[in-house]
Design a protein around this ligand. Structure first.
Ligand code: SAM
Length: 297
């Protein structure tokens, strides 16, 4: 950087090119990320950057952009730097107390919405379906269900108070706060004598030894959102037996986990749901991604 007297104004394209070079050594998507970071500094979208490549940016803007590139080069997920992450067409607020919502979980939302719509009784317009979201994190799944379907209320449980604050913030952001109740709790304990139409859980599912170290982006995410115990299924082993008494006849349960653990998770599910349909389901990449339990009517 030149001294203040000799500062030379820099154009969008020059600054971007420098950012791309500074990121290229460290991450796989230097161009996209540099554009996203500069967009956030300038308060403009990426299309604006392309259309205004000759515009000049101010010195503080250039310095801020360089700072953000440095952070990104450490491996920190871009969602934590920008403070938002896209999920099912909405921009969720996130911070380093919550898992960055993943596109893989959108398949579970599709499945749930399809199931819930089919469960609505057209002759009963006041019907309200109830969903329990265990390990709600940023509230991505809970808020999406509440926003997509008028006739649904969602209870989101998490063991992290900091995550619950983020979930509540998102529920307000998407105007679904009245339909979402967020509660501190350990898995499904303390639910009482209530029965849900559906349960969804995306619990920590990485085997402890497989949690990567810096600079892997995953290492920036909260440990309590990743650590699934020795084989990745410790939390599901506790959760699944809690579920049968909490479900209405014909209810749906979706449990997300890592592809190599899905067969084991399906076995756990069959033990607690011996008379119900238990299936291993794939995500859009064709990998086994979640277990689907359909309770008999
Ligand atoms: C993998 S993250 C999923 C977050 C969110 N559902 C999503 O899909 O983006 C798992 C979440 O489970 C929470 N969690 C971990 N152990 C828990 C427990 N015993 N009871 C409730 N929540 C738990 C973590 O705090 C974290 O927010």
């Amino acid at each position: 950087m030149s001294s203040s007297g000799g500062y030379r104004p820099q154009s969008v394209s020059e600054v971007l090119a420098r950012g791309i070079v500074s990121l290229a050594k460290y991450i796989d998507s230097p161009r996209t990320d540099a554009q996203l970071l500069l967009s956030s500094v300038l308060g403009r979208d990426r299309a604006w950057l392309l259309a205004h490549s000759d515009s000049f940016i101010s010195r503080p803007q250039g310095e801020r952009f360089a700072e953000l590139c440095e952070k990104r080069a450490t491996g920190m997920p871009i969602a934590y730097i920008l403070g938002t992450a896209g999920f099912y067409g909405r921009e969720f607020v996130v911070n380093d107390k919550v898992l960055v919502p993943r596109p893989e979980s959108e398949v579970l939302v599709d499945d749930l919405l399809h199931y819930l719509r089919g469960r609505l009784d057209p002759t009963y317009p006041k019907q309200l379906l109830t969903v329990l979201d265990v390990g709600t994190g940023s509230g991505a799944i809970a808020c999406t269900l509440a926003a997509e379907l008028a006739a649904v209320t969602v209870e989101g449980v998490d063991i992290s108070l900091a995550a619950l604050k983020v979930a509540e913030h998102n529920a307000r952001r998407f105007n679904v706060f009245a339909k979402c109740k967020f509660r501190f709790g350990d898995l499904a304990s303390g639910i009482g004598d209530r029965h849900f139409d559906a349960v969804v859980a995306n619990l920590p599912y990485l085997p402890t030894d497989a949690i990567p170290k810096r600079p892997d982006p995953l290492s920036f995410e909260p440990h309590e959102a990743l650590d699934g115990g020795p084989d990745g299924l410790a939390l599901y082993r506790r959760l699944v037996p809690m579920l049968p008494p909490l479900l209405k006849p014909g209810a749906l349960v979706l449990l997300e986990a890592a592809p190599p653990t899905i067969a084991g998770l399906a076995e756990i599910a069959r033990t607690s749901f011996p008379n119900d349909e238990v299936l291993a389901m794939r995500d859009l990449s064709g990998l086994e991604r979640y277990v689907r339990i359909l309770v008999a009517r």
